[in-house]
Design a protein around this ligand. Sequence first.
Ligand code: SAM
Length: 289
Amino acid sequence: MVFKKFPVGNGDIIQGDCLDVLETLPENEVVLAFTSPPYLNAINYDEHVEKLHGKRNRWERKEVSYKEYGEFLKERFKALLRVVRPGGHNVVNISPVSWNGERTALPFHFVNWMEEIGWKFREDIVWEKPIARDRRSGVLLQHPYPGYYYPSLVAEYVFVFQKPALKEDKENIYWFRTPEEKQNNLIDLSDYQGEKSKNVWKIRPVAPQENIHPCPFPIELADRIIQLYSYKDDLVLDIFTGSGQTNIAAERAGRKHIGIETQTEYIKYIIKRINAEINQQTFSFEKAR
Ligand SMILES: C[S@@+](CC[C@H](N)C(=O)[O-])C[C@H]1O[C@@H](n2cnc3c(N)ncnc32)[C@H](O)[C@@H]1O
């Protein structure tokens, strides 16, 4: 299969289903993969894009069973395992979504699925958002009795997995870099002893008026992961890149990058934003709509 590839800055945005696109990428080249997967039952991206164009006012949810969704994710993260270098990392931002009105333990099932397909679990980071967008906790205010506790949801998970590797591969990917490479990739530890040294990170979520995508993660989240798990010139990949927050952070950090995305509209948006970065122009969100 041939896919449309859009070179931009240090990277390429490739249009297609990541399952098929991953098959065309070479084995063992990606040092870091970072993504947040689509919640197939919650957001219908085809219809969201039509809404952006004013062709509809709202989108309808898609009928996808939780089992089908699990298979969708397993197939794609298995294909990802092939292209990541032994010892390289796969970092995934995920949260417990609702399915048929029930809150699911998706992140915890997800860890199981990743282990089944061959990823090694390494870290669980909690991304804490200082603002709650839902009013769940209000139920207890109305009914101050046991059994009415529904905390407002302000956290998502960021799980770190690693591709199993021989000792030698592990050493080569991070530890046996040249002194010059290490010097050029020194991590700024000035504010490390605050929250960054712990596994709860407080980062402001993206406001709806800041990005055309319905659920982007903050560039700062991608930025931290990229600094912590890759060196300059390493290849960073996002298999569900959406508005390209990973690509933008990778571009700024001097990494090579690939983003895979199905929707033309989001791809155009990524390209405009990265070109604006390169030309040091202020990016106008309104112009991009
Ligand atoms: C949760 S969003 C990612 C948002 C992204 N992290 C950002 O910050 O903008 C998931 C994205 O995956 C895309 N997508 C859905 N199915 C896909 C597939 N099979 N292959 C590649 N991309 C897909 C959707 O269009 C959507 O933009």
